[in-house]
Design a protein around this ligand. Structure first.
Ligand code: IMP
Ligand code: MG
Length: 178
């Protein structure tokens, strides 16, 4: 385990098994469709790669870079689009793939954006749900794990751009950010 982790919250094996389960639910729901799967970079990169490899219907890949954080551990209410999708989403089924739903601000805004652009449907898939912290009313349609209010790193998630490559999800030691 990395020395900056308090403990491992979700092991590689746990994540792998659960991603397969959730992808199977999505497979059942999207049979016969060809959605645009939008990964929200950079946090979703590892989850996105593992998730789409479990899908059995045709998809188009696309990505966005947004940020609502400064460099700390608390969301700000200011969503910036740093890189937009390349596809026209009008009339398309869109699946947004995100690492974690925290306040809900990012996903509520993105969902609204795709609806305004004329998407036929918008489905949210998340790896983690910090449900206790929700301040904006938005739900993830498919979520892998509900977690307590702890700051987590690894499997794509960062703290100040570090730790994304850890293969598991760990709880960051509080002494590193408090
Ligand atoms: P929201 O807009 O508050 O729902 O925040 C979502 C974004 O906050 C995610 O895309 C993550 O990048 C980031 N985030 C929230 N909690 C954590 C965490 O525990 N570790 C790493 N990033 C987090
Ligand atoms: Mg993020």
């Amino acid at each position: 385990m990395h020395k900056d982790c308090e403990r491992i919250l979700l092991s590689e094996e746990q994540i792998k098994a659960r991603v397969i389960e959730v992808a199977d639910e999505v497979n059942a729901a999207f049979a016969g469709k060809e959605p645009l799967v939008v990964g929200i970079l950079k946090g979703s990169i590892i989850f996105y790669g593992d998730f789409i490899r479990c899908l059995n219907f045709p998809i188009m890949l696309d990505f966005m870079v947004v940020s609502s954080y400064g460099s700390g551990t608390v969301s700000s209410n200011n969503l910036k689009i740093k890189k937009d999708v390349e596809n026209d989403v009008a009339g398309k089924d869109v699946i947004i793939v995100e690492d974690i739903i925290d306040s809900g601000f990012t996903l509520a805004n993105l969902k609204q954006l795709f609806i305004e652009r004329g998407a036929k449907s918008v489905t949210i898939v998340t790896l983690l749900d910090k449900f206790e912290r929700r301040t904006v009313d938005v739900k993830s349609d498919y979520n892998c794990f509900k977690i307590e209010d702890e700051f987590v790193i690894g499997y794509g998630l960062d703290y100040n751009e570090r730790y994304r490559m850890l293969p598991y999800i760990g709880i960051l030691k509080r002494s590193l950010y408090e």
